[in-house]
Write a protein that binds this ligand. Sequence first.
Ligand code: ADP
Ligand code: MG
Length: 363
Amino acid sequence: MSMNPFTPNFGQVPRHIAGRSQIISDIMNALDGNLGDPARTSILVGARGTGKTALLSYFAAEAEQLGWISINVTCIPGMLEDILQQVAYKAKEFVGKEKKGKIKGVSVGQLFSIEWETLKEDHQNWRTEITKVLDKLESEDIGLLITVDEVTASLGEMIELASIYQLLVRENRKISLLMAGLPSEVSSLLNDRSVSFLRRASNYNMGRIEDYEVEEAFENTVIDAGKEIKPEALTKAVGAVRGFPYMLQLVGYRAWQQAKNKKYINAEDVDKAIVKASNDFENRVLKATYKELSQQDIVFLKAMLEDENVTEISAIEKRIGKPSGYVSRYRARLIERGVIDSPRRGQVQFALPGMKEFLQEQE
Ligand SMILES: Nc1ncnc2c1ncn2[C@@H]1O[C@H](COP(=O)(O)OP(=O)(O)O)[C@@H](O)[C@H]1O
Ligand SMILES: [Mg+2]
């Protein structure tokens, strides 16, 4: 039996990325193109499970094919030191890769092997150290891509990194900073006075993926791994995914499992898979999201339950008996948390698959 090709784990790069083609082409063009391309400084913004980490990993891997060194860090204490250590590690790693021609005609290992030790021993400030690194890379026309996951404004090192990065951009260095974070964290970072230049970074909202894109990725994942899926089964799966990347992987994983040794995944397999996947999604995403909500958030959300699909904001005002200023404040808060989104002006809908049903079960 062949291996289950779906990747229902946070941070795992999927075999087929559904949608996101605009983000991907913008950022790949920026890495491949001109120094001044604004997408070299980008922020991916979205709720849990929308695919931020997976995309950062994807860009890091692709960038290395284009002659960049990629450094991936999470926004936690020690991040700046971690960046320098990873540069050292990458430099060594590239010695082996050199022969496979990954980075053309470059021996980064040679560039770093001696100098690195001295770099690490004297504790100069981070800007000086990274400048030395960039000088070395520049002489071989290698770029430095730094990805920072789970950004938060409360970490001093994030502010420090952003401020130094700004100076390096001004010096016309071949450098790129791709960040990702939850909407509320990103907005507090962008509101931090000392890094106001980040407000000019390209901001990508990791919204819902279109059904046809989910369908395509789902089917290709199945086919590439040696099974097929009946049209009716595929339609059901797409319906349950509701444009949400993590749900795509959960449904796919369970459906594959359910089909066992059969060549085809059928509708019955998918029905059973959806029940299990919804359960997984509830445990790994919905419960955590729910816990972060305030009483007032929940009152707002419960006022949406009686509608089939979308809810008019004016209806919420009537149902909870609060003025429009109050309602629009909670609307903004819940959109920031990725719980709801606004398909049209004056309307909202649930953004997380199963959130509505989950709320219905809560007291
Ligand atoms: N565009 C996509 N198409 C299909 N699956 C995806 C896509 N992006 C992410 N995934 C899958 O969704 C799950 C969550 O991705 P992850 O990057 O961890 O999300 P986040 O960092 O936003 O919480 C993973 O299982 C990953 O394989
Ligand atoms: Mg993540």
